[in-house]
Design a protein around this ligand. Structure first.
Ligand SMILES: C[S@@+](CC[C@H](N)C(=O)[O-])C[C@H]1O[C@@H](n2cnc3c(N)ncnc32)[C@H](O)[C@@H]1O
Length: 280
């Protein structure tokens, strides 16, 4: 785990030395800025929306992507274009990228990855109740009781990309150990729909990051990302280290980068404890 800006680190990394990327990047690009994190702490708006109480449970704030301006969207495209170019260089041929996104902004990620030379390999659907959408029109809830402004989101897309192989998949697997995805077992292929709860309880106590991903889901993704179980997985935006813990729990090598000192230190404390958690 390294306390660094991902782009500074990537610029210095040698070509073709990473075998897979599994990451949950910042989205609004502003949501992890000091001002927005302060607004989140104070519970007063900004890009962090406080969701309504649901089934009597208080939920954590969610980043609100409907407030993004055209200028922000342009910045996101540039951010992901730069990321895709760097990842394309450091990945081995046949290396896969799993990148968490959401249905409102996924197109701003996918286009730059394809433009950088990656092959689109579909999406992994994480079935999860996110509490995004599903509300009646604001301040006119009683007038429009039968209306929902946006669908209540029940899934999270993870973009799946591959750097083109050198020759056939079998040639690439022999030379680089990459090009395919690891099966769940000999008779079960990796599937692109995965049922997943939100991270809660013990995991949240160990790693109270606003975007913590659950180990049960992350272990399935990291395991799929290295078809022969060999090589190095990179998470350039590791937050509290969910990818790194999942890789370690699966006996895989990984590198995690984080720019925020508080989250980096959280990851250093959390990863050994997350690794020890049992997941069904
Ligand atoms: C969505 S969160 C990832 C959370 C992670 N999935 C977890 O389970 O803890 C994105 C993380 O990227 C970090 N980040 C933002 N810009 C970065 C950069 N340029 N380099 C490295 N980390 C960055 C943020 O501080 C934040 O912790």
């Amino acid at each position: 785990m390294v306390l660094t800006d991902a782009f500074d680190w990537l610029t210095c990394r040698a070509d073709q030395t990473i075998h897979a990327v599994v990451t949950d990047p910042p989205y609004a690009l502003v949501e992890y800025s000091p001002e927005q994190l302060e607004k989140r702490r104070n519970g007063n708006g900004g890009v962090w929306r406080i969701p309504p109480a649901f089934d009597g449970c208080r939920r954590s704030p969610l980043p609100r992507f409907t407030v993004l301006s055209e200028a922000h969207k342009g910045c996101m495209r540039e951010f992901f274009a730069r990321l895709a170019q760097e990842l394309e260089r450091v990945l081995t041929p046949g290396g896969h990228v799993f990148i968490a996104t959401n249905p409102l902004v996924s197109y701003l990620v996918y286009e730059p990855f394809i433009a950088a030379g990656f092959e689109p390999r579909g999406e992994v659907v994480r079935l999860v109740q996110t509490l995004r959408g599903g509300d009646r029109p604001k301040n006119a809830e009683d007038e429009f009781r039968t209306v929902t402004v946006m669908p209540r989101s029940c899934w999270e897309p993870w973009g799946l990309f591959r750097k083109p192989c050198e020759g056939r998949v079998m040639d690439n697997l022999r030379k680089w150990g990459t090009g395919g995805l690891r099966r769940v077992s000999e008779d079960k292929p990796f599937k692109d729909v995965i049922r997943s709860g939100v991270a809660r309880g013990k995991e949240r106590e160990i790693a109270p990051h606003p975007s913590l991903k659950p180990q049960q889901f992350m272990r399935q993704i990291v395991s799929a990302s290295l078809p022969l179980g060999q090589g190095v997985i990179l998470d350039p935006f590791m937050g509290s280290g969910a990818t790194i813990a999942a890789a370690s729990a699966c006996g895989l090598k990984s590198i995690g980068l984080e720019v925020n000192r508080e989250y980096y230190e959280m990851a250093v404390r959390a990863v050994p404890q997350l690794v020890r958690l049992e997941c069904s």
